[in-house]
Ligand binder design. Structure first.
Ligand SMILES: Nc1ncnc2c1ncn2[C@@H]1O[C@H](COP(=O)(O)OP(=O)(O)OC[C@H]2O[C@@H]([n+]3cccc(C(=O)O)c3)[C@H](O)[C@@H]2O)[C@@H](O)[C@H]1O
Ligand SMILES: Nc1ncnc2c1ncn2[C@@H]1O[C@H](COP(=O)(O)OP(=O)(O)OP(=O)(O)O)[C@@H](O)[C@H]1O
Ligand SMILES: NC(=O)CC[C@H](N)C(=O)O
Length: 723
């Protein structure tokens, strides 16, 4: 039995925080060594951080990574362990996204990424070039700033696409993140060439249910090719709109997953998952699969050839007494219920952002409606996660909690509600159009979560603004209920919404002072204002620009209203906030218009002219299925044709595209939101479209009209025939 002890990590790195990244990396190597590992794998671009983006175009970034790697080697942590690190490297004037393989003070190989990721949120092609010389290496001159770190004789190392062979004959090959997702991943070539262990350092951000896909890719790869697959990932907020969900994986042959870190499990910045792998079992597994062996035998005819870099370092266990058995399969690989993902993913993002920004807490304008309730529930979940970590002995989480809450060394949160009372602040800001039920719901939820809560009217402020306007212009706007016109009505609604935003920032700036809390920096602390718009409202533009949709951060900006409603129902019991169930049961209303004078209650879905469920369908078709108005009509004519006429479907599609076009400008100023769904309309990073549209879509709508006319004629004919 040839046993190899392996370790793979989830690191909570922060882009451009080279010192912090190096410290976390070193800690992870130590943790692996404590667990007797001879192989340590870290995430993609772990030294620089994954999300440096255009900082990757600055030569400083690459140099700092080499300096940091020298610091790592100088620390002595790489002695007696093979490490696979991630960092950018410049070779012949070209910058590559690389894995740097080190044992002790020797760089064995630098392996550049072969297939970059350029879809969705990813822009690797903007910053890196892919290595196109398949199976080949070149000689790389180690940079001056690093050279003192290596054994005195090493000036150069191989750079390129190669497999490593260790003293005992164990072969290890690397692929980087996206390469696993490609139709023909390099590990096929490497395993056919005999690699026993494949390492994959990833920067794979969270979106709902993505971990299931990763597990599928990894387990199906080892089941087909045989071998051990190690997957490492980033974790938390690295300074961008993305949150990484960690969950490192070790999978072997047809055993499947033998070790896995739980998604969003703990707050610790350095998480290591280890396993003992039987390399001989890999060989045996492969020998029993003749189709695989036939393909391996064809190697050497060009396609499968790959260089081998040899080292005398032994990967296999010498002290058999320490680890006699290979790690067995996990009973069940850990994936979360999507509702738990919503509770924990954005919560982790918020916590990292808060503690790293220097803020003292959050402010949520709490309307008693679904969106702001969901935001507060996620904040409550954040407090629960922090308290769980503190109770579990996480000293770093406790230190962060003390610092953010402005408390001293002798303070410990008594529970999630106690922590919430320090960090979370909510206000219900009523206008004349607010209802008693939303006020009561807001107060109930604030009490259950534990936020510091005020409820107060804003009428004096809105009245003062209207009075000023009347004084300046001589005109007095009225609601339609009072005989005013549409524009007046809308303006009076928008004043309420925008006044709430101004008051939110005032509260966020001064509430810590009011409460006598002191922050780290000069003067008192400050709060981050959370905005509360969901993905569907943003898509339809059903929001007032620069109202409470303009916060500092938005934890639900890429989550659909339908999912949020399910989340509220789930959170009522699973997070322990029963008021969420009452919020979920209420009909969504903006409460900005008076309902007197025979005016109907202002219900979102009525006012929008479409349901949230329909909006979700439009959103997915637009972004995921890449439908323009005409193909969206065609799709829906097939899907909804048995319950709606072609004309009704056309009206819905046209209404959606008309409002989408009218309001697209609102997406350019949308608050940074954590990416959670692929149909997010975030115009700044993800859903890149124009700002200004011809809202009548003349060409496109004319084509829909002619399809409707044709379909109606066919229906009439069919009816005639039937008669
Ligand atoms: N193409 C363009 N490019 C750049 N900017 C453009 C623009 N077109 C208008 N604008 C600007 O946008 C303004 C219109 O947008 P905006 O001021 O948002 O106002 P608007 O979209 O007209 O009205 C807000 C809508 O949101 C609804 N709503 C629903 C639920 C809740 C809330 C709430 O706030 O709580 C609001 C409300 O009922 C109303 O239908 C224009 O006055 C102009 O300043
Ligand atoms: N009475 C209020 N008090 C405090 N904040 C409010 C109030 N009304 C609205 N807001 C804030 O403005 C945001 C947008 O208001 P809107 O009426 O559009 O609600 P929404 O987007 O449906 O969200 P919600 O479901 O929270 O009401 C709310 O999410 C909330 O943060
Ligand atoms: N960094 C990457 O290459 C990421 C690619 C991959 N599609 C993922 O999301 O995991």
């Amino acid at each position: 039995m040839k046993l190899v002890r392996v370790g793979t990590c989830a690191l909570n790195q922060w882009s451009m925080d080279i010192a912090g990244n190096a410290a976390r990396l070193i800690e992870s190597v130590h943790k692996c060594k404590q667990e007797h590992c001879r192989l340590r794998l870290g995430p993609e671009l772990e030294l620089s951080g994954y999300g440096c983006e255009d900082h990757f175009l600055e030569p400083d970034t690459v140099t700092h990574c080499w300096e940091a790697l020298k610091h790592v080697l100088d620390s002595g942590c790489t002695e007696n362990i093979y490490c696979d690190f991630g960092m950018p490297v410049e070779h012949n004037g070209v910058v590559y996204n690389c894995r740097v393989h080190v044992v002790g003070k020797t760089v064995l190989l630098i392996r550049p990424k072969l297939f970059l990721c350029d879809d969705g949120n990813y822009r690797e092609g903007r910053h890196f070039t892919r290595w196109s010389k398949r199976g080949q290496t070149e000689s790389f001159l180690l940079p001056d700033c690093f050279r003192g770190a290596t054994s005195p004789t090493q000036e150069r190392c191989p750079f390129g696409d190669a497999v490593l062979e260790f003293g005992c004959g164990t072969k290890v090959a690397t692929e980087t993140c996206e390469e696993l997702w490609a139709p023909n991943p390099p590990h096929i070539r490497y395993t056919l060439a005999g690699a026993h262990i494949i390492t994959n350092g990833s920067g794979s951000h969270w979106k709902l249910k993505k971990l299931n896909r990763r597990l599928d890719l990894v387990t199906s790869s080892v089941a087909r090719c045989g071998g051990c697959y190690l997957y490492s990932n980033l974790k938390g907020c690295d300074g961008s709109r993305l949150v990484y969900d960690g969950a490192p994986i070790v999978a072997v042959n047809d055993l499947g997953v033998v070790a896995q870190g739980r998604q969003f499990s703990a707050l610790s910045e350095v998480e290591v998952v280890t396993a003992t792998v039987d390399v001989d079992a890999v060989v045996t597994y492969r020998q029993c699969t003749q189709s695989r062996n036939t393909q391996a035998d064809e190697r050497g005819e060009g396609e499968c050839d790959v260089e081998v870099v040899r080292t005398a370092f032994e990967l296999a266990e010498k002290d058999e007494a320490l680890h006699r058995a290979a790690t067995p399969a996990l009973a069940e690989p850990g994936t979360l219920d999507p509702m738990e993902e919503i509770a924990r993913g954005p919560a982790l993002w918020l916590w990292d952002y808060l503690r790293r920004s220097g803020g003292s807490g959050f402010f949520v304008p709490l309307s008693g409606g679904a969106d702001s309730a969901a935001v507060l529930a996620i904040c409550g979940s954040m407090c629960q996660m922090v308290c769980d970590a503190v109770e579990g002995g996480d000293e770093a989480a406790l230190a962060d909690a003390r610092r953010v809450a402005g408390r001293g060394e002798d303070w410990r949160p008594a529970g999630a509600k106690d922590l919430a009372s320090c960090l979370l602040h909510t206000c219900y800001m009523s206008s004349d159009n607010s209802s008693g039920s939303t006020r009561a719901l807001a107060a109930k939820l604030a009490e259950e979560v534990g936020s510091f809560h005020y409820s107060f009217p804003i009428t004096t402020v809105t009245d003062a603004l209207v009075a000023l306007f009347r004084k300046v212009t001589g005109c007095a706007p009225s609601f339609q209920a009072d005989g005013g016109g549409y524009a007046e009505d809308l303006a009076l609604q928008n004043i309420q919404a925008r006044v709430r935003m101004v008051l939110s920032y005032l509260m966020a700036q001064l509430l810590p002072w009011v409460r006598g809390q002191k922050g780290d920096g000069p003067g008192s602390g400050w709060l981050l204002v959370l905005s509360t718009g969901n993905v569907d409202e943003a898509l339809r533009g059903y929001l007032t620009k620069y109202d409470c949709s303009s916060g500092d951060l938005n934890p639900i900006g890429a989550i659909s209203k339908v999912d949020l409603k399910r989340f509220l129902e789930w959170g009522a019991t699973q997070l322990g906030y029963p008021a969420l169930a009452d919020v979920a049961a209420a009909k969504p209303s903006a409460e900005l218009r008076p309902t007197k004078g025979g005016q109907a209650e202002q219900l979102d879905e009525v006012e929008m002219g479409m349901t949230y469920e329909e909006l979700g369908v439009f959103g997915r078709l637009r972004k995921l299925s890449k439908c323009g108005p005409v193909s969206m009509f065609d799709r829906l004519a097939r899907e909804w044709g048995n319950r709606l006429s072609p004309l009704e479907i056309a009206e819905k599609v046209k209404r959606f595209f008309r409002y989408y076009a009218i309001n697209r400008h609102k997406m350019t100023t949308v608050t940074p939101a954590v990416h959670a769904e692929d149909y997010s309309p975030d115009d700044n990073r993800y859903d890149l479209r124009q700002i200004l549209y011809r809202v009548t879509w003349d060409w496109q709508f004319a084509r829909i009209d002619s399809r409707v006319a044709k379909a109606e004629m066919a229906r009439a004919k069919a009816r005639g025939g039937a008669a």
